[in-house]
Design a binder for this molecule. Structure first.
Ligand code: TXA
Ligand code: MG
Length: 323
């Protein structure tokens, strides 16, 4: 039996909150991607999240909170920089990594002394946090290493055998890629994972921000270069090379491209938006559609530039194609 997808009405929100209270796992929408949530203080529920996802035990979770006071409950110290960033970007796609409070279970942070906290900007996530009344630890609601889910059906596809899983359907996620993760424990804030909040936007608020060398970085614990990866082999190809790359493919490949005309039969094309925000919103559903075509390979036409809003997209594309 597949999981249960439900509309987020008052009755099902209450049910979801009581499931969380008794240590069950609930999938819910955020503005970035869907999360697989458990009570941050419920050790066996946290273990269940790792088990369901097949997530390596050394990859820590993000705790979702309703507001700043929900975050300060989980941390040792909330400095002026955290306060300024939260005031500017919360609710929103920004995750702050800070020293954790002593009573936060090790299972919530993969044993680390730090915890990642974020206040999601989605009415259903906010309503769930309110109904539950505490913090919800949630990774993206996909099988470990696969493509993140941006619809309730994506979650159901990944957890087909989990009939006990409740999925709150909040429609497609508006942003479409995961939050920006910033380590606040050092002298200078450091971006561990690029996202919709750009480095320039962070600098506007806190001045100096370290940018990782995204290509080599293993800064975010437990994340590997190959991540967010579709099941078929995926490659990134520049617009100039696309034509010749397709000519040598005899079996049908799926192509995420900006212009369908360059993709002749028998290949499949998925047209991607030119605008960075729209591209991000579409990316994971496009990768899942490409997978579903069972192609010999997925070819992704490289978007033009890797700055600003495109930086997070280029990060995910590099990971989807094996670094
Ligand atoms: O947008 C998002 O962030 C989504 C939604 C559901 O909120 N969540 C998400 O979770 O992407 P997940 O588990 O797929 O990615 C969490 C990232 C990982 O790269 C993890 O290593 C990093 O956050 N992270 C979590 N806790 C950390 C910590 N204490 N120190 C450093 N990095 C941490
Ligand atoms: Mg994830």
């Amino acid at each position: 039996m597949p999981p249960r997808i439900t509309k987020p009405v008052a009755r099902t929100m209450d049910e979801a909150a009581s499931l969380l209270r008794r240590g069950d796992v609930v999938a819910f929408p955020t503005e970035t991607v869907y999360g697989l949530g458990a009570d941050t203080f419920h050790v066996s529920a946290l273990r269940r999240v790792y088990e369901l996802k097949g997530r390596p035990a050394d990859n820590p979770l993000i705790a979702h909170v309703q507001d700043v006071s929900g975050a300060t409950r989980l941390v040792q110290r909330w400095d002026a920089r955290c306060e300024a960033l939260a005031r500017r970007f919360w609710p929103g796609p920004l995750t702050l990594v800070v020293a954790k409070a002593g009573d936060v279970p090790a299972e919530a942070t993969a044993g680390l002394a730090t915890i990642a906290v974020r206040c999601p900007d989605h009415p259903v996530a906010q309503a769930l946090l309110r109904a539950f009344g505490g913090a919800i630890s949630a990774p993206s609601a996909n099988r470990s290493g696969g493509v993140s889910p941006t619809t309730a059906h994506h979650v159901a596809d990944d957890f087909q055998e989990c009939e006990e899983l409740l999925i709150l359907d909040g429609g497609p996620c508006g942003l479409g890629i995961e939050s920006t993760v910033v380590d606040m424990t050092g002298a200078t804030p450091r971006v561990l994972r690029p996202g919709a909040v750009t480095v320039d936007q962070l600098r506007d608020v806190v001045g100096d921000v370290d940018e990782p060398m995204i290509r080599q970085q293993e800064a975010s614990p437990g994340t590997s270069a190959v991540h967010y990866a579709p099941r078929a082999a995926a490659v990134l190809v520049s617009p100039d090379e696309l034509h010749s790359a397709l000519r040598v493919e005899s079996a049908a490949v799926a192509v995420l491209c900006f212009n369908r005309d360059v993709v002749p039969p028998p290949h499949f094309s998925i047209k991607m938006p030119d605008d960075a925000a729209a591209y991000a919103t579409r990316l994971y559903s496009a990768l899942r559609e490409a997978e579903a075509m069972a192609p010999a390979k997925i070819i992704i036409e490289r978007p033009p530039k890797g700055t600003g809003e495109w930086a997070a997209i280029h990060d995910r594309l590099r990971r989807a194609t094996g670094g």
